[in-house]
Design a protein around this ligand. Structure first.
Ligand code: APR
Length: 262
């Protein structure tokens, strides 16, 4: 396999020459921040088994009971939430914020709910699976900060429309909120180079975005220690952790922008 340096160089050149770069981010991006992934080594689903695929139906059937179990943080939820509450952005998050600042990266589509891209300073972030710090009305879609809603009376109801409020995190079986899905689709239509960072690319609709880019002749760059279903479609595959490879890519792009790259 090509040396890391050669692959970093190829990735930097592709990103430097591209017109509209997106990053599709998965749980692997936050592993170096201490948050467990879902699949693969150390994954929550590897440890606790895949979650109930009817989680959203359970919420609709008994919103009060669902809230009571959320507050108790049963099962894998406690490990995930505690990991997120302790987490800080890692060098990979800061590298993406710098690429946005440099005008190289246009948007991040993240499957992570940990808020770490915003914490690292990124502004253009589509959280396709929601944000753990927010609540959302399932009727009108209004999002609230957690402290805006009084959860003493369960289930909390939307002050705007009276609909049920749940956590913003998208559950299995729950439709992706239309506003964020449209943002992801519109951005993907413009993309000619997509970074695939720390995602097993198994959950749709996010897993379909790279194929859309590829179908339109765009380039894919994968950053993942392990193979995924998309590996063979990628122009560049970097096997180092994202917190190490992304800062190296940023340095190479800076050299290209300064015209000092050899
Ligand atoms: N750097 C880069 N990639 C990493 C790192 C790292 N340091 N550590 C692990 N990975 C890779 C793993 O090899 C794996 O391919 O990150 C990927 C994480 O995959 P998943 O745990 O499946 O996470 P993700 O792809 O985000 O899952 C999508 O599934 O369960 C749902 O809602 C959940 O948003 C999640 C969705």
């Amino acid at each position: 396999m090509a040396e890391l340096g050669e692959e970093i160089e190829k990735a930097a050149r592709l990103l430097h020459e591209a017109k509209y770069v997106l990053a599709l981010v998965g749980a692997g991006m936050s592993v170096e921040s201490g948050i467990p992934p879902f699949r693969g080594p150390g994954g929550l689903w590897t440890k606790y088994g895949e979650p109930d695929m009817r989680g959203y139906d359970r919420f609709l059937a008994d919103p009060k009971g669902w809230w009571e179990s959320i507050i108790k943080r049963e099962g894998y939820a406690s490990e995930l939430v505690e990991g997120i509450e302790r987490a800080k952005p890692n060098q990979g998050h800061y590298a993406l914020a710098e690429l946005e600042e440099m005008g190289v990266l246009k948007y991040i589509i993240t499957q992570n709910v940990d808020n770490l891209h915003y914490a690292a300073g990124s502004k253009n972030v589509a959280e396709i699976h929601g944000n753990i710090l927010k609540l959302r009305c399932i009727s009108c879609g209004h999002r609230y900060e957690r402290d805006e809603i009084n959860a003493e009376v369960l289930p909390p109801l939307c002050p705007d429309c009276g609909g049920y409020i749940k956590t913003d995190g998208v559950m299995f079986g729950e439709p992706i909120p239309p506003d964020v899905l449209k943002c992801c689709e519109d951005e993907t239509e413009k993309c000619d180079c997509m970074l695939l960072i720390g995602t097993s690319a198994q959950v749709y609709p996010a897993a379909a975005f790279p194929s859309t880019v590829r179908r339109r002749g765009g380039a894919l760059i994968e950053i993942n220690p392990y193979d995924t279903a998309l590996t063979n479609s990628c122009e560049v595959v970097l096997r180092d952790p994202s917190g190490e490879s992304l800062p190296l890519i940023v340095e190479r792009i800076k050299a290209l922008l300064a015209g000092t790259a050899t």
